[in-house]
Each structure stands twice: as C-alpha cells, then as structure tokens.
Design a protein around this ligand. Sequence first.
Ligand code: ZN
Length: 356
Amino acid sequence: MIKEIEVKDLLPDEIEKTIKFLESILGIKENEKSTLSKLVNREKKKIYCPFCKSISIVKNGHSKKGVQRYKCKECLHRFCDTTNTLSNNSKLTYKIWLEFFKCMSDKLSIRKTAAKLQLNKNTIFGMRHKVLNALSIFRENRKLSGEIQCDEKYESINLKGTKPQQMPRFSKPRKSQGGSKRGISDHQICIASAIDENDNIYFKIVGNGSITTKMVEKAFDNHLEKNCIMITDCKSSYEKFCTNNRIKLEQVKSGTYKNLNGYNLSEINALHSNLDLFLKSFAGVSTKHLQQYLDWFVYQKYLTYSIEILEQPQVLMNYALSRKSYIKISDIYSMDFPIDIYNIYADYNFSPSPHI
Ligand SMILES: [Zn+2]
C-alpha cells in the first residue's frame, strides 16, 4: 500500500498524475491472468499442500501466465494458489468475477446477470452454484455461544429444475400404513435455525416434518460452545436435546413475548421474516439447492452486519474465491435432495388400492 503520508505531501497536479498512473495499472491488473492467484494467495492465511495438507512446501517457478507454482516436499505434488479453489482454471478475469459478485450482491437473477456480463446463462448458473458451494464452509465452521435463540422454519418442497426422469413418482399404498394419511407437515422441509448473542447465524436443513430430537442433534452437534443457553419454544425435542447434552434451556411459550426470566425469540423471528424476503427475490428456490441459498442468506447477513454496502461484493469475492471448492458442474446438475423426497411422496401421494 502507498503510504498515506506520502500522498498527503503531493501537490494537486502530482495527485492527478498519480491517479492516472494507478488507473492505467488497474486496467492491466484487472485483466491479467495471474491476478486471481495473487488474490487467493493473499486471502489464504497459510499456504499448504492441497493434496496432503503439509506446510513443508517450496516455491517452484512460475507458469507461462506468471502464476506462482509450488512443490510439496512431503508428497511431491506440484500446485498453485488456486488449486482446488473455484478460481482454478477459470478462464474469467478478475474484472469479470468482480462484476459477477456485484450482480450477486444485488441478487440479480441468473438471466439478468448473464445479460449484464454478456456470458452464457449456463456459465452464470455454474459460477453461482460454485460460489454458493464454497460458502458452505462458513456454516460448517460456525460456533454459537452465549444466549442462543433457536427455532425452525418450514418451507414447501420445490421441484424446480428437476428432470422428468428424476421426479418422484406416485406409488401404491403400503399395506402396513393402511393408506392412512400422515400429517401435512411431512411435506414441509424443516430448517433448524439459530442466532446467538454475537449475531452468529446458523441455518441447516435437517429433514421433513416437525422437528425431532434427532433433527436438533443433527443441526447443533459440534456447533455449540460450552456454557451456552438455548432459548426455544416449548417443543419437547429441544428439551430432550438439552437434557442429554446438559445445556441450559429457556423456554418461551408461544403467544407470549418473553418468559419469566426475560428471554424472548424476537431476533430469530425477525430473521425468519428476512429469509422469506430473501427467498422471494429468486421466485422460488429448488429444494435441491435450498441449503446453498440458506448459506448465501447467512453469509449476506454477516456482510450486512460487518461490511459497508459498497465493499460487500469484494469481500464476498475474496472469501468465496479462496475457499476450497471441488464441485463440478455435472455434480451441481445432479445434486441430491437434502431430504428423501421420494419416500415422502411414496407415503403420501398414493393411488387408492381397488381392494380397500
Ligand atoms: Zn503434499
């Protein structure tokens, strides 16, 4: 960085000259091939081998495009800063990626982003999903502490983008069930959600239907710091989880604003309303990709809390481009549903048997 003090000593004409010089350099850097790998290098706190995780590495020359190469002294693999990140082998320049992240921050649709960047819709679809996949690490590393408001959010199953041959099929009723319908809420995706006293947010799809103790475990195991307090409504699934894990529980009865000890669920409720608005802006999100959009929502909230709005696309870019992300386009298209929707449909949408 240029020292501020040196710039302050410049005269106006010298500042103008400096600006022109910097602008010309900026134009070059934005389009240079090695810029992305330099960016990833800066964002990664430590350089280690992406194959065996060893930090025993040596610099190993540069590629034709000026990208720094390394060699691992343990497993002898060669790699560069972008290996196993989503900017690896990216034909797109820094400038295009930054424009793309600005479109993401504005929550532009894939179609509008494609038009703005003059790229193919499928390219943008791939970029978006690779970025969202890279954000999952933010959820996986999340630890909640102190007072934690927890609740669930239910979303209807959305089959958008599912190929006809992968659509769940109606099936005949199983004898054991006698054709009886189960609760309607089995058709709802259950998202466990939480926000702690430091505004750390956590959203995870845990199954379908009403939340069970198992689903609470699936959501919060390894995500809670010691001595935290869970604030929930009166569902028994949280009670059991807290008893099993010796966590202090504060329950707030539905219909009341706060309990006798002054605890309430207002922040998590407000977040749920925010999530509704967020998901609405995409005109329906496929259940297949819902967890990725939840990860995006949570990361976007983190940006809103801590980064000035104009700087958000850059921060998102720096974070997403330097995370490990192995996902291939073909994996995105063939992604599994986060819940067993085939089973749900089989149980529910039966054709009445002629014997009944
Ligand atoms: Zn290695």
